[in-house]
Design a protein around this ligand. Structure first.
Ligand code: CO
Length: 160
């Protein structure tokens, strides 16, 4: 049974905090799995393409992404490589309702993270998926897309 969380919006200060690293030696794995499930349910309910744990009031380094066949949960994700090549793309954020705009991001990245079992995983992403990762990892560092906006637009709504 998953629970739909209330999404935290600005100016809640948790959105500006550096989220805490998940320590697999200490964390209750069942609780972590439940958090991941609830985050996926919350992301889908809000029609988001990504969600970071601070957005549901949990200052932990956990993100979910909905740009793949199955929703993906990543623990302690780190972008290991940003492509030199960047592009402008549209973004919005579930925590900043009504604001959309263009942000310059690396076209492709490589990510290192852990899965829900604590195993290391590595992969590459490009295009929108790479953009969503960069947006969500920024959330874990207290960085919001409005900090990086080049132009404000409101005709579309991609929420992350
Ligand atoms: Co966001």
């Amino acid at each position: 049974m998953s629970k739909i969380y209330k999404i935290i919006t600005l100016p809640n200060p948790i959105l500006r905090q550096k989220a805490v690293v998940v320590d697999f030696k200490k964390i209750d794995k069942k609780k972590l799995r439940q958090l991941a499930e609830n985050m996926v349910a919350t992301m889908r309910q809000s029609h988001g393409v990504g969600l970071a744990a601070p957005q549901v009031g949990q200052s932990l380094r956990v993100i979910t992404i909905d740009q793949v066949d199955n929703p993906l949960t990543l623990i302690n994700p780190i972008v290991k490589h940003f492509s030199w090549s960047k592009e402008l793309g549209q973004e919005g954020c579930l925590s900043i309702p009504g604001v959309f705009g263009y942000v310059k991001r690396s076209v492709s990245i490589s990510v290192e993270a852990q899965n829900l079992q604590g195993e290391k995983i590595n992969f590459k992403a490009k295009g929108l998926l790479a953009r969503v990762f960069q947006h969500e990892v920024d959330h874990l560092n207290g960085v919001l897309f409005i900090d990086k906006l080049t132009e404000v637009k409101d005709e579309k709504n991609v929420k992350m």
